[in-house]
Design a binder for this molecule. Structure first.
Ligand SMILES: [Zn+2]
Length: 303
């Protein structure tokens, strides 16, 4: 029989799903994430965000930016610590096409803990919330940040919330509210790379071509698998904003300089997704913003 939880999933996500047992808690997070996204109102990438209003126009600490090594302040700071990133997450994991990206809200681990990061220049402990992607088209690159003026094929964002705030809504109202990990991905002509958990996400993309569709990820996953084998000891960090409306200046950005190689045949699946207008969901990146003399820090490995 259909449980009330499943009923909610059908109601909120609005498309047919298989019979799955989903915890009330994960469902609440998915609903809240969708509500947060919709609270920003309708927006699209027709002008790479240059037509977005409010803080997106008037802000002075906006993202993304160009991360330039020679302009960065090299600092001796602790490495980022990834707590419970190797713990298996509860299943099912649900990935959604929200019209702007492929988005996965991250559930608790099987032990009931929430993976979190600290260290670096992070002002506290930041719990993982969700992961999504920005990409280009057949002949354009889609990363949001650039490193030394170079943009990459895809940029993955793993969004975290300061544990001192109860909700994402509260967190976005504060400069120390959020921390995002930015991972550059390079499309490579290899059939497969190492067994990244990322493959499990990308394998489901053909099932979420349509706006508002969702799919369950098969098998198990931990958050650490999203990072593959990139070097996490070297990264740029700075104070910036969400790269989608309302562009809240609430984010401590951490963008790794190492790049994750990923098969072209997997990345190509992103290009088939559609937005709410049934148009191809491509080039879903915001244009580069002014740094306005913000300090950009770089943590090098051998410090
Ligand atoms: Zn993003």
């Amino acid at each position: 029989m259909i449980t009330s939880s499943l009923w909610w999933l059908l109601t909120i996500l609005g498309s047919a799903v298989a019979y799955i047992e989903i915890s009330e808690e994960y469902l609440t997070s998915i609903k809240q994430d969708a509500a947060d996204d919709q609270a920003a109102g309708e927006y699209n990438y027709d002008e790479q965000g240059d037509d977005w209003q409010g803080t997106c126009q008037t802000g002075t600490a906006q993202s993304p930016i160009d991360l330039i090594f020679s302009d960065a302040k090299i600092v001796s700071i602790p490495r980022l610590r990834f707590n419970y990133y190797n713990q298996t997450l509860r299943t099912p994991l649900i990935i959604t096409n929200n019209g702007h990206t492929a988005n996965m809200v991250i559930p608790l681990t099987r032990d009931g803990t929430r993976p979190y990061i600290n260290g670096g220049l992070l002002p506290g402990d930041f719990e993982v919330q969700s992961v999504h992607f920005h990409w280009g088209s057949r002949n354009t690159k889609g990363s949001e940040h650039a490193i030394n003026y170079e943009r990459y094929d895809v940029e993955m964002h793993i969004v975290h919330k300061n544990t001192k705030y109860a909700t994402m809504g509260d967190a976005t109202l504060n400069p120390d509210g959020l921390a995002v990990l930015g991972i550059m991905m390079r499309s490579v002509n290899r059939l497969s790379t190492r067994n990244y958990g990322l493959n499990k996400i990308f394998n489901q993309l053909p099932k979420i071509v349509e706006y508002n569709s969702n799919a369950t990820i098969t098998g198990t996953l931990n958050v650490g698998q999203l990072l593959g084998n990139i070097v996490t000891g070297e990264f740029y960090t700075y104070n910036g904003s969400l790269t989608t409306p309302d562009c809240a200046e609430a984010v401590t950005w951490n963008v790794f300089s190492d790049v994750l190689d990923f098969p072209h045949r997997q990345i190509a699946k992103l290009l088939n997704l559609q937005d709410s207008r049934k148009r191809p969901l491509i080039n879903n990146y915001r244009s580069i913003q002014d740094t306005n003399d913000r300090e950009i820090y770089y943590r090098a490995l051998n410090l």
